[in-house]
Design a protein around this ligand. Structure first.
Ligand code: ATP
Length: 233
């Protein structure tokens, strides 16, 4: 078995004096899609933020492709090949879609740009029509697509997505799901925090259930049904 792309062991994280994660361990393999599930406030977003270096943390191991990334600032984690789609999207609302993408464009670690505009717009056909539109004139779903596209033009090996379906119309959730499945088929690794069970089931191989900052359950996505509400075996 090849080593996982992302390896987290014993992750703890803090907001000021308040501890939010208590020794979390998980892995994401190459080409694998993994879901973080759990109630609001469980620690899913914090896990993604810790990987990105956006929250104070400590771990026995936090590595990408075997190299330690613990304590690196976010821009250096990004340069190691991690793309991040935050919950609040953080696109520049006074810039057009095209300008947002141009700002984030960066070749991959191998120097290759896998996401020229034609390929990106083939993945997100709606985005092609929105090229010249400012962020503040887009719907929540359109902004979310732009946020995913912006992460992709950084040519990541691993994509972290924080609730990609939140506040997004069902039709766009479907389009997003199809795009994410295609990315996975293409070999990209995905780690997502997600409450939408259908999206997780269609996309993810495995799930980790987080509760009060600790891991409660992990297993194949197919076995995760009922885990959150306690109705599973
Ligand atoms: P949600 O779906 O609501 O984002 P989550 O599982 O992603 O839920 P986190 O956002 O990771 O949960 O929150 C984990 C804990 O950390 C919660 O107790 C939350 O109140 C706390 N927390 C999150 N962000 C901050 C912050 N900026 N300052 C202080 N505490 C925070």
């Amino acid at each position: 078995m090849t080593a996982p792309l992302l390896e987290i062991d014993g992750l703890e994280a803090w907001y000021g004096p308040a501890q939010a994660l208590f020794g979390l361990s998980l892995t994401v393999g190459r080409g694998e899609a993994v879901a973080l599930i759990g109630r609001n406030g469980a620690g899913k977003s914090t896990t993604l933020k810790a990987v990105m270096g956006l929250v104070r943390h400590r771990a026995r191991r936090l590595s990408l492709g075997g190299a330690d990334i613990s304590g690196l600032p976010p821009h250096r984690v990004a340069r190691r090949g991690v793309g991040y789609v935050p919950e609040d999207r953080r696109i520049f609302i006074d810039l057009t879609a095209e300008e947002n993408l141009a700002l984030a464009r960066r070749p991959g670690r191998d120097g290759i740009d896998r996401w020229p505009p034609e390929r990106l717009f083939a993945l997100f056909p709606n985005l092609a029509e929105l090229r010249g539109r400012r962020g503040d004139a887009m719907s929540g779903g359109e902004q979310q697509m732009l946020a995913v596209a912006r992460a992709l033009v950084g040519n990541p090996d691993l994509l972290l997505l924080d609730e990609p379906s939140e506040g997004v119309a069902p039709i766009i959730v479907e389009e997003m799901g199809a795009a994410l499945r295609q990315l996975k088929a293409d070999g990209l690794s995905l780690l997502l925090s997600e409450q939408n069970a259908a999206l997780c089931e269609e996309l993810c191989d495995r799930a980790y259930h987080i509760d009060q900052g600790a891991l409660r359950w992990s297993g194949p996505m197919a076995d995760a049904r009922g885990i959150e509400d306690g109705t599973a075996e």
